[in-house]
Design a protein around this ligand. Structure first.
Ligand SMILES: [Zn+2]
Length: 136
């Protein structure tokens, strides 16, 4: 699957975003290593901190279907350049995606910003249970 097709799949779900508070709709499409695509949208809540971003919604859908290996993430919005994934999404993505995951971001201008997970989130928090037990 090429980048433009995955961005198109992300754009298709934009109208399904639930964003009555910010009116900032985001769509995401996550390509698995075996070629499946899972999509997500942002789902806001009146308790704003409980909002779920499109990237995490797509990831959760993939994990629920038994997929844990990914190669490309497309994120789109209706503004000019598209959204950078937030810090929470970067951390959550790092749980399943190594530094080689490719991330593409686009807005209504159509430009594509490309980066790797390594660029997006170079220092993830990693819970190292073994290290903790050695320190006791
Ligand atoms: Zn986010």
């Amino acid at each position: 699957m090429d980048e433009r097709k995955l961005l198109q799949l992300a754009r298709e779900v934009l109208p399904l975003a639930y964003a009555p508070y910010s009116e900032y709709r985001v769509g995401a499409a996550l390509l698995t290593s075996d070629g499946q695509v899972f999509r997500g949208v942002n789902v806001e809540n009146s308790s704003l901190g409980l909002t779920i971003c499109a990237e995490r919604a797509a990831l959760a859908a993939a994990v629920a279907a038994g997929c844990r290996s990914f190669s490309l993430l497309a994120v789109v919005s209706e503004d000019e350049l598209g959204p950078w994934p937030c810090g929470a999404c970067r951390q959550v993505l790092s749980e399943f995606c190594d530094e080689n995951l490719k991330v593409i971001i686009s807005g209504k201008k159509g430009e594509i910003r490309r980066l790797s997970m390594k660029d997006l989130f170079p220092y993830p928090f990693i819970f190292d249970k073994e290290k903790l037990s050695q320190e006791k």
